[in-house]
Write a protein that binds this ligand. Structure first.
Ligand code: OKV
Ligand code: MN
Length: 251
């Protein structure tokens, strides 16, 4: 009896080690779970479900195989893969959820989010989000030829990287008041999110009641998985590559 949560894998063709680690997780760790939740930024970028990137098909196959073993898979968009649509979700056997959303986790109300909405001090990012959330602009972007979308997206990523280099850690972390407000608004005492890449379990007090915020980690150095069982939540690590001794003979 366990429910699994992952986020911020940031899959791309540049990191086959992370792709391999996730596929291994989907094949060996996730079967038998009650559910798998992917809380955003599964992919490093996403410019439309019609992108013929072979990595997308590989991941759709891997997720679909898990869903066919009767593990329901839920996906919340991240700030990088917010354009991932119903077409890909269907191919991957995933159900798309809104951000934030509330689930019943073994009898406890838990609010799930990617976490970018909680970073209210990052004005540059929140402006980017407001613009790219505009329905008509998305509609327009998705109707551009793939090569145009690729060029625009590449330029936007380069620009964003330069901006983030000058932002402080505090600006890029969640605002405590936004966490409190979200918990209150959804009548929850527990939240699970990703985005900040600072895996931790934060226990605090909200309106006189014990509250818990669990932050998932990224998969750059090692895999990060939250394993939940009734009344228990554990953040676990997964090695990216198991070293094959045959490939590295000792002298
Ligand atoms: C994702 C981020 C690039 C951050 C563009 C409308 C517009 C969507 C888009 C293009 C970029 C996603 C889809 C990407 C996240 C970046 C840079 C910063 C902070 C438009 C709708 F405006 F051009 F019309 N995009 N891509 N960033 O490359 O995946 O999260 S992306
Ligand atoms: Mn993110």
């Amino acid at each position: 009896m366990s429910t699994l949560f992952i986020s911020d894998i940031h899959l791309s063709a540049q990191r086959p080690d992370m792709t391999a680690a996730l596929v291994r997780f989907l094949e060996h760790d996730a079967p038998g779970a009650d559910a798998l939740y992917v809380l955003g930024d599964l992919f490093e970028f996403w410019i439309g479900d019609d992108d013929p990137n072979p990595l997308h098909q590989q991941m759709a196959d891997a997720f679909l195989a898990l869903s066919q073993q009767n593990v329901p898979i839920y996906f919340i968009h991240g700030n990088r893969d917010f354009l991932l649509g119903q077409q890909f979700a269907k191919r991957a056997g995933m159900t798309l959820l809104g951000d934030p959303c509330v689930i019943d986790l073994y009898g406890e109300r838990v609010v799930l989010s990617h976490g970018d909405l909680l970073c209210t001090l990052d004005e540059g990012y929140q402006k980017f989000r407001r613009i790219t959330q505009l329905k008509w602009l998305r509609w327009l972007f998705l109707r551009l030829p793939l090569a145009r979308r690729q060029a625009i997206a590449c330029k936007m990523r380069g620009q964003s990287q330069m901006e983030n280099a000058h932002k402080s850690q505090i600006i890029m972390d969640v605002t405590p008041a936004a966490v409190d407000d979200t918990l209150r608004a959804h009548d929850c005492r527990m939240m699970i999110h990703g985005h900040t890449h600072r895996p931790a379990i934060h226990d605090f007090t909200l309106d006189g009641h014990p509250a818990r915020r669990i932050v998932l980690g990224d998969w750059f150095e090692q895999g990060s998985v939250l394993v939940c069982r009734p009344g228990e939540q554990r953040l676990e690590m997964r090695a990216l590559a198991t070293i094959d001794p045959a490939a590295h003979p000792s002298v």
